[in-house]
Design a protein around this ligand. Structure first.
Ligand code: GRF
Length: 203
């Protein structure tokens, strides 16, 4: 399945997906990376791995809608069948999300439905939880709210601070996201209403 990754920054999850998909047996092919930030470090990483990149900034478009339409056009140009958000730091318009619903996934650095939004690791530390993690989910118009595909848990250690905890979660993200993309691209998970349907696991 032709997959395009949307990023805004560092691109470490993007790199994990690109590396997993470099295996010819992987059911998704990364055909392009789109960034809304011209200076996103991930753009250089993608280019160095031979992946086509495109920058589509908000500032170059008159409205949020026009920005998302330009991204939609870029996705069509890439022939995208799957969109993977990987640190894309902008809320997509409902029209865009509805067009891609069931074909667009995201990774969030917390065990949803806890800690939607930003600053998840500090909030997890402040809440005193002892288990934290990350979630890959289908994207719906409401932020961090779509059906959960897969999750990975990590312990919160008693002497953790934000850097140590976020690093532990990030390592789990880099394992989880390729696994979840694989399950989706090979048709073992699909979005069915407000739930994820699983098939082809038992036999
Ligand atoms: C990750 O923690 C991801 O879960 C969140 O933003 C961060 C992006 O990091 N959505 P990177 O750009 O993938 O390195």
């Amino acid at each position: 399945k032709r997959t395009v990754i949307l990023i805004s920054g560092r691109g470490s999850n993007m790199a994990a997906l690109i590396d997993a998909a470099a295996d010819p047996a992987f059911p998704a092919e990364i055909v392009g990376v789109i960034s809304d930030k011209a200076n996103a470090p991930g753009l250089g990483i993608a280019a160095s791995r031979g992946i086509a990149t495109k920058v589509v900034t908000r500032a170059d478009h008159a409205s949020k809608e026009a920005h998302d339409e330009a991204i939609a056009t870029a996705l069509d140009t890439f022939g995208a069948e799957i969109v993977a958000l990987a640190g894309y730091m902008r809320l997509l318009t409902t029209g865009f999300v509805e067009k891609w619903q069931g074909r667009m996934i995201n990774i969030h650095p917390a065990l949803l439905p806890s800690f939607k939004g930003l600053d998840t690791h500090q909030r997890a530390l402040d809440a005193g939880i002892r288990v934290h993690g990350c979630t890959v989910h289908f994207v719906t118009p409401e932020m961090d709210d779509g059906p959960i595909i897969a999750q990975a848990a990590v312990p919160v250690l008693i002497d953790d601070d934000e850097p140590t905890l976020s690093a532990r979660v990030l390592k789990a993200e880099h394992r989880l996201y390729p696994l979840a993309l694989k399950l989706f691209a090979e048709g073992k998970v699909r979005m069915e209403g407000s739930r994820t349907a699983y098939s082809g696991f038992a036999d």
